[in-house]
Design a protein around this ligand. Structure first.
Ligand code: ZN
Length: 256
């Protein structure tokens, strides 16, 4: 079975003590992972991790809730130099998050700056959006280069928003919540979403799927998410996994 987890934070504090075990599990499953940055430091860690392992790729970016007082020009300069590392395959996770109290002016400013970087470097984008779907949609609509070049990670809204972002040419990422018993609404979105636009992720250590709720999530648990997606899509798990794998390679332009 071909497996790729397109959204991990295995360098986060929670998973650091489990690093050896996690990397062993990943190699036993013969899986690939994308380690996603959310600050300058975590982006650097992602690059370092990717440099040690053929099957690990890095994404660099500053999350909207990670407020930093650094000057925008300085952030651009540092992100640009990080993005030149050979294993960097995307800019992200970036976006808007109105759940946390990070200043909105800062969020818009670094979003714009990082979109400029992605365009200049010709890299696909990993978006994080929370409680800001409308504002985010209005903001990114004019960025035509994002078509077929972006994923809305951990999609957590309804069919109508799914349709809007699919119409912009976005991929949608699905995570552990798709396995939660009460989440029929999200499973309906999955039924609606075309196969070729689906990505599967863990966002580990967050949002562990059933039956691992309450534990820190890890990349190997992605199997539970793929199982769920394949049952919703009425396919066998290896067929579904192949599709998800191909989609990720197409978006992130990784050699299969
Ligand atoms: Zn994340």
């Amino acid at each position: 079975m071909n497996i790729i987890d397109t959204h991990c934070h295995i360098c986060s504090e929670k998973l650091l003590p489990l690093h050896k075990e996690i990397l062993k599990e990943c190699s036993e499953l013969n899986m690939k992972i994308i380690e996603v940055g959310y600050t300058l430091e975590s982006s650097e860690s992602a690059i370092r991790l990717a440099a040690t392992n053929n099957d690990i790729y890095a994404s660099v970016g500053i999350h909207p809730s990670e407020y930093t007082a650094e000057k925008p020009e300085e952030l651009y300069f540092r992100l640009n130099s990080l993005s030149l590392s050979p294993k960097v395959i995307a800019v992200g996770e970036i976006g808007l998050d109105f759940y946390w109290q990070s200043p909105k002016s800062f969020q818009y400013q670094i979003l714009e700056l990082q979109l400029d970087l992605a365009k200049k470097r010709n890299l696909p984008v990993i978006f994080h959006v929370r409680q800001a779907y409308h504002e985010f949609y209005e903001f990114i609509k004019p960025y035509n280069f994002l078509s077929e070049n972006a994923v809305l990670h951990c999609f957590s809204s309804d069919i109508s928003w799914a349709r809007s972002f699919l119409n912009l040419g976005f991929y949608l990422g699905f995570d552990g919540p798709v396995t939660y018993p009460k989440n029929d609404a999200l499973r309906e979105v999955l039924t609606f979403c075309p196969h070729e636009k689906l990505l599967c992720e863990t966002d580990c250590p967050y949002m562990p799927p059933v039956p691992y709720r309450g534990k820190p999530n890890r990349p190997a648990y992605i199997v539970e998410v793929i199982k769920k997606i394949s049952s919703i899509k009425n396919m066998n798990i290896s067929e579904m996994s192949d599709i998800l794998y191909k989609n990720a390679h197409r978006l992130f332009r990784i050699d299969p």
